[in-house]
Write a protein that binds this ligand. Structure first.
Ligand code: SF4
Length: 376
């Protein structure tokens, strides 16, 4: 759709897309009502996370925290436990902090002013526009990766869409084409088109409701727009972790300071771990002794199966070691619990993978040889 698109053609485009959305929209749990709290939780969970992954978390979260008051009254640990495995845990921390502010400063109602919404922890321009338009019908246009791609193809905007000048251009177009009287449906229609039809690779132009108005389609540019982003070079990281286990099957979890950045274990409960510089076992022993003041020099560290873990540009190899000890040490900022109870505390998926290596090891361990019959 070129910039010189006539008002009549633009109206046709808006009508087609809205009609398509209202006929084909997916039934999603937060679409059943316009409750700002439900829309808000959904938008936060969907940031950088696939819909299929979000759905079970969303249902569990809403069951535990059905409204902003229950979330505001929660403990951070409860929220993180429900979020465990979904990743990007600052979202959960901010969501809870923002719920506190909504209760304390806005009498429990998500603010209707764009600036007040933006002032809440974890709310950026996209989330503010999404919640205000979907829940309250306020005329704010959203712009996220899906919407940017759709607009870029419609208008044949070339180059890196995240480049600030280009992003501003796309935001201006998003504002221009917004259907103010149906802002919520309009924004969701653009998002839905980007998620289900105008996908990053192989867009389904043949079923697209606005293909007749799409410049990239008309010019055969759909595979060239948007231009591929320059990816950050992958970084390889090895992390050695110690599962210290006592004879009753309990393990030690810590809030391990300084072993690695926040990304991997997300400042949640984890096994003692260290980034490997040279030798995994030697580095782990040094970490236990020097940073956690634990003397396990005489304890055998049994290497378990390594696990792969990816976080953005980091290619991480997790190297778990099992150490069976007579007694677990009591140290500050630590927790001792049965390994099977790990799901009851907030942990990252990296910690779950490390724990899984123990179960895997136990199931593969050769059975004890049967004793020979007496007399042999
Ligand atoms: Fe996207 Fe193709 Fe539709 Fe254009 S015609 S908006 S490229 S799906």
């Amino acid at each position: 759709m070129p910039a010189e698109f006539s008002p009549r053609a633009r109206a046709a485009f808006q009508r087609r897309l809205l009609t398509w959305f209202r006929t084909h929209r997916r039934e999603l749990p937060w679409r059943a009502s316009r409750d700002p709290y439900r829309v808000w939780v959904a938008e936060i969970m969907l940031q950088q996370t696939r819909l299929a992954a979000v759905l079970p978390y969303y249902h569990r979260f809403l069951k535990q925290f059905p409204d902003v008051h229950s979330l505001a009254a929660s403990r951070e640990e409860q929220v993180l436990r429900l979020w465990s495995g979904l990743g990007y845990y600052s979202r959960a921390r901010n969501l809870r902090r923002a719920a506190n502010e909504v209760v304390a400063k806005h009498t429990g109602e998500f603010p209707r002013s764009f600036d007040a919404a933006l002032a809440l922890p974890g709310i950026g321009t996209y989330t503010a526009a999404a919640v205000l338009s979907i829940a309250y019908g306020l005329p704010h246009a959203v712009l996220d990766g899906n919407v940017a791609r759709v607009i870029a193809r419609l208008y044949a905007v070339r180059g890196d869409l995240r480049e600030p000048r280009r992003w501003k251009q796309l935001a201006r177009i998003a504002d221009e084409i917004l259907v103010a009287r149906a802002a919520g449906d309009w924004n969701q229609a653009l998002m839905e088109l980007g998620e289900t039809v105008c996908t990053p690779f192989a867009p389904r132009c043949e079923v697209c409701p606005v293909s007749r108005l799409c410049t990239a389609y008309a010019r055969g540019l759909t595979s060239k727009i948007p231009a591929p982003r320059r990816k950050r070079a992958p970084v390889k990281i090895r992390i050695a972790a110690a599962i210290l286990r006592d004879p009753t099957g309990r393990v030690l979890l810590v809030r391990d300071p300084g072993a690695h950045d926040d990304v991997l274990f997300s400042r949640m409960w984890q096994f003692p771990a260290v980034e490997v510089a040279q030798d995994a076992e030697a580095d782990l022993r040094a970490h236990l002794a020097n940073d956690l003041n634990l003397d396990f020099s005489k304890v055998v560290l049994t290497p378990l199966a390594a696990a792969r873990h990816g976080v953005t540009f980091r290619n991480i190899t997790l190297l778990p070691f099992l150490a069976d000890v007579a007694r677990l040490p009591k140290i500050p900022r630590s927790k001792i619990l049965p390994l099977a109870d790990l799901r009851r505390v907030p942990v990252s998926s990296a910690t779950r993978k490390i724990a899984a290596a123990v179960s895997d090891f136990a199931s593969r361990k050769p059975l004890a040889r049967p004793k020979p019959p007496h007399g042999c």
